[in-house]
Design a protein. Structure first.
Length: 246
């Protein structure tokens, strides 16, 4: 449970950072917008002054007003470009925030399921069972997961051309390059090595193969949270149990 809690804490920090960045970007955009409005107003005023001076045959004042109009128009064009950039920045920040909130939601659901599962196991093991009954209960809990492990190793072996005996549960994998980049760049998250050597295409192909093998669906946000083969096994088990309860 602890790794999920740690990731949730990092996700929450990233969400807080994103919210702060959105506030700052919005303030900056408003300041630029105010400057743009002022520059356009001064450009219009200079244009009217130029027309008035020309009507009065004051060439010197007309030239000065025209020069001021050109300067303000160029400045307003520069500000418009900056506004467009800020719009792009805000769009990217809001998209990042949406992804992070989706990941947080999925992790909280996984954590909630894990907590309920642990409480049920603790309730069962604290009851007055005989030693043989306890062994039988453990066998019933462990056997399905062992079955998942064998099938999963077979899928990974076929996809990555790795011998099954070389695929241990503690081997790390990174199925989400976006998640790796965001955490490493914004929170200095200590990422595990990618032991299985998956690149983006390999990760997609592996996820598709797993979905077909176990007849489940794994979203991009869910894939981002999986760090090791063991976590992948646990997640598949969770998905299968979830399907059976529906």
């Amino acid at each position: 449970m602890q790794p999920i809690i740690n990731i949730l804490a990092d996700i929450q920090k990233a969400i807080s950072n994103s919210n702060n960045a959105i506030v700052k970007a919005t303030v900056q955009q408003n300041l630029i917008q105010d400057q743009y409005t002022k520059a356009k107003a001064e450009s219009k005023s200079a244009h009217e002054d130029a027309l008035k001076a020309a009507f009065e045959n004051d060439q010197y004042s007309a030239m000065q007003a025209l020069f001021q109009e050109v300067v303000q128009e160029k400045f307003s064009n520069l500000l418009q470009s900056q506004i467009n950039q800020q719009v792009g920045v805000l769009e990217l920040l809001n998209n990042n925030l949406a992804v992070l909130n989706e990941i947080k939601f999925k992790l909280e659901k996984c954590l909630e399921y894990k907590t309920i599962q642990d409480e049920n196991i603790q309730s069962l093991t604290s009851s007055s069972f005989s030693e043989n009954s306890c062994h039988n209960l453990e066998d019933q809990e462990i056997l399905p997961e062992n079955f998942i492990v064998k099938r999963l190793k077979k899928v990974i072996s076929e996809q990555q051309s790795i011998e099954v005996e070389n695929i241990s549960l503690d081997r790390s994998l990174v199925l989400g390059e976006y998640f790796r980049f965001f955490l490493s760049s914004s929170n200095n998250y200590d990422l595990p090595p990618n032991d299985l050597g998956l690149d983006n295409i390999d990760g997609i192909e592996l996820l598709i193969a797993i979905e077909e093998e176990f007849e489940i669906e794994i979203s991009d946000a869910e894939a981002e949270t999986i760090r090791t083969v063991q976590e992948l096994v646990k997640f598949i088990s969770f998905k299968l149990n979830q399907t059976q309860t529906l």
